[in-house]
Write a protein that binds this ligand. Structure first.
Ligand code: NAP
Ligand code: COA
Length: 266
């Protein structure tokens, strides 16, 4: 398939991606590397993040993997410092570390709720807040990975709904505060993305997958490349007037299907 972006559209740029040992965020890191960026990635597991970085260095790209827990501000700040020391600047930041499990609120301990809010929301604040002093600005682009649960109340997802709603508002607040410094702050809200841990946890059976696809306007899951292309666009000069936006990349899944079952008989 033809790539809509020039091969090296991120040449000379440095990207820092949090939560990128697997899934969507690793897909973004690999896409950025193939488009010319030097890439730094962090996650909790030293082993997993080293293996993820190796997928890029094996292709001849410059990539650095660092173990850091986004719940710990000092460890995030130290990672930014190490990346800045190595690459000399940071142009693009993606904050995508997350945790999820399916549980009713009454089946969730205080620590269960807090754990997800700490990783998703507090972790995103830590990543964006720590990044600021290391950013190459004006011109820097910050991107958080939110989710449809931020705006769609969802059964057994109270922790994720609360955390991702917070990310959406944080995105808008920081866009206002940091716009005068030439820093753009946006978020991407992926719909259901194939072959990810997130969808394995939310819809692990073929029946669940079929039911979800029937409610997506485009009738299919998205791919990691769909999200990576959206992040790539937000990282380029072409997106220079976009800030404070939550970009849905979801096949129209948020549009809903009220009345669809009744109309299907017509
Ligand atoms: P994933 O592969 O499990 O990615 C989550 C990443 O976060 C992993 O690399 C994990 O690595 C890292 N992580 C977890 N806790 C961390 C912490 N405390 N500190 C640092 N890193 C941490 O899941 P995914 O499905 O691709 O999801 C990626 C993002 O997309 C998430 O923000 C998710 O909410 C969002 N999203 C996904 C979908 C979907 O369809 N999958 C839809 C909407 C939104 P370690 O285990 O090594 O720490
Ligand atoms: N139902 C109810 N509570 C659960 C649960 C479940 N399925 N899974 C974990 N919890 C609770 C634990 O019981 C614990 O609470 P407690 O101390 O009161 O018992 C709390 O959540 C923290 O669990 P723990 O395993 O110690 O946390 P962790 O920091 O090691 O892991 C998770 C964080 C739970 C989010 C884990 O699933 C994870 O690491 N996820 C990352 C990958 C992921 O979720 N990817 C999808 C992204 S969309």
């Amino acid at each position: 398939m033809q790539d809509a972006f020039k091969e090296k559209v991120l040449a000379g740029k440095v990207a820092f991606i949090a939560g990128a040992s697997s899934g969507i965020n690793l897909g973004i890191a690999q896409h950025f590397a193939r488009h010319g960026a030097k890439v730094a990635i962090i996650s909790r597991s030293a082993e997993k993040i080293a293996a993820a970085a190796k997928t890029m260095t094996d292709e001849g790209h410059e990539a650095l993997g660092i173990a850091a827990d986004v719940r710990n501000f000092d460890s995030v700040d130290a990672a930014f410092k190490a990346v800045h020391d190595k690459f000399g600047k940071i142009d693009v930041v993606v904050s995508g570390a997350a945790g999820n499990f399916v549980a009713p609120a009454l089946g969730m301990s205080s620590n269960g709720f807090k754990t997800v809010v700490d990783i998703d929301l507090v972790g995103t604040f830590h990543v964006l807040r720590a990044s600021f002093q290391y950013l190459n600005r004006p011109g820097a682009s910050l991107i958080s990975i939110t989710a449809p649960q931020a705006v769609n109340p969802s059964l057994f997802q109270a922790h994720v709904c609360a955390a991702k709603a917070g990310i959406n508002m944080l995105t808008k607040c920081l866009a206002m505060e940091w716009g005068p410094a030439g820093v753009r702050v946006n978020a991407i809200s992926p719909g259901p993305i194939a072959e990810t841990e997130g969808m394995l946890r939310l819809a692990g059976s073929p029946e669940a997958e079929k039911a979800i696809k029937a409610r997506i306007a485009l009738r299919d899951y998205g791919t990691k490349t769909d999200i990576a292309d959206t992040a790539l666009f937000l990282s380029t000069h072409n997106a220079k007037y976009i800030t404070g936006s939550i970009i849905d990349c979801d096949g129209g899944s948020k549009l809903g299907d009220a009345g669809a079952d009744a109309l299907a008989g017509n």
